[in-house]
Write a protein that binds this ligand. Structure first.
Ligand SMILES: [Zn+2]
Ligand SMILES: [Zn+2]
Length: 323
């Protein structure tokens, strides 16, 4: 099978031919139809998040069919947990020290086939073609967990309006919240896109929103956004850092945190997050905006993500013969 593999930090992914993997105990063989790309893939390429034993097939927003019965499933970032530790036993398997992550510790979906632990395969809701379903699996799932950490506040800010925010904007609106979208200064296409999706305000991340926020989620991997988001919060508000990596957070005055403001991170996801979000998405209904690339263009897709060349999400479409 053809696969795009990560070999070493700083090098593009390389197209290789690999044997079709064999499923082990509790695993299933999947034929991949689409695989979303994610900012986490850039952090892996850049060495900001480590790939423990390369070479590795990346990709953790997998839409596939099971070879055994033809059913369509999605595989997210969380690919295995131990099931026995204090975190697994208390509904926090996202924090399991023995967790394995798809497209990092386990081979991912930038390939014609992959193998997954059956417990971490989720039925894809009807009405979502493969390409449109792909971004639900990380941008949607981990974004949803981040939104939950915002509490019930009515006014939420999203710093970075990419794949996750374009999904969460629709969910937040459906929940009756007001969304304030912050983009790179001058990124008018992302700001217009946010307004189209129902944001009541869109501006640069250096701007002050017209109303103070109850909560903010930072999707962009830029630590300087933490004090900026704190400054936009009401007393008692929360800043949620939704990404796996962020540059150093600059020192800031205690006054920004005073009045019971909170800064927290969100790590990974649980299977419960996946079940809840995949049930909720068709109710909203969440419509994803997805730019498609062939498997062999994975590096181009990642480069376009890095430079903000598309709005919304992007995914690889994987067909047996065409590319
Ligand atoms: Zn991801
Ligand atoms: Zn565990």
């Amino acid at each position: 099978m053809r696969a795009m593999v990560f070999e070493t930090v700083g090098q593009p992914l390389r197209m290789v031919d690999l044997p079709i993997p064999q499923p082990g105990n509790g695993e299933v063989l999947l034929r991949v139809h689409a695989c979303g790309i994610c900012r986490t893939d850039l952090h892996l390429l850049d060495g900001e998040v480590t790939v423990p034993s390369p070479p590795r097939v990346l990709g953790h927003q997998i839409v596939a069919t099971k070879e055994s019965d033809g059913s369509r499933v999605g595989v997210p970032w969380l690919g295995f947990t131990c099931g026995e530790c204090e975190f697994c036993l208390s509904g926090r398997e996202n924090l399991c020290a023995l967790a394995q992550f798809t497209g990092r510790d386990r081979s991912g979906g930038m390939a014609e086939y992959c193998v997954a632990d059956e417990r971490f395969c989720f039925p894809i809701p009807d009405g979502y073609p493969d390409l449109q379903a792909a971004p639900l699996l990380c941008a949607g799932l981990i974004g949803y967990r981040s939104l939950r950490m915002c509490g019930d506040g009515e006014r939420v800010g999203f710093y970075g309006f990419g794949a996750a925010a374009h999904i969460l904007c629709q969910v937040a609106r459906w929940q009756g919240r007001k969304v304030f979208a912050f983009t790179r200064a001058g990124d008018e296409s992302a700001q217009a896109f946010a307004r189209e999706l129902g944001a009541v305000w869109a501006g640069g991340s250096d701007e002050t929103p017209p109303e103070s926020l109850d909560a903010a989620i930072i999707f962009a991997p830029d630590g300087s956004l933490v004090p900026a988001a704190l400054a936009a919060l009401k007393p008692g508000g929360t800043v949620v850092c939704g990404g796996i990596y962020m540059s150093t957070i600059p020192a800031f005055d205690y006054e920004l945190l005073w009045h019971e403001r909170t800064v927290r991170s969100v790590a990974n996801l649980t299977r419960r997050d996946a079940q809840e979000f995949l049930a909720l998405a068709p109710q909203v209904p969440v419509r994803t905006h997805v730019t498609s690339y062939p498997l062999k263009a994975a590096n181009e897709a990642l480069d376009d993500l890095r430079h903000g060349r598309f709005t919304g999400a992007a995914a690889l479409t994987i067909t047996p013969t065409s590319d």
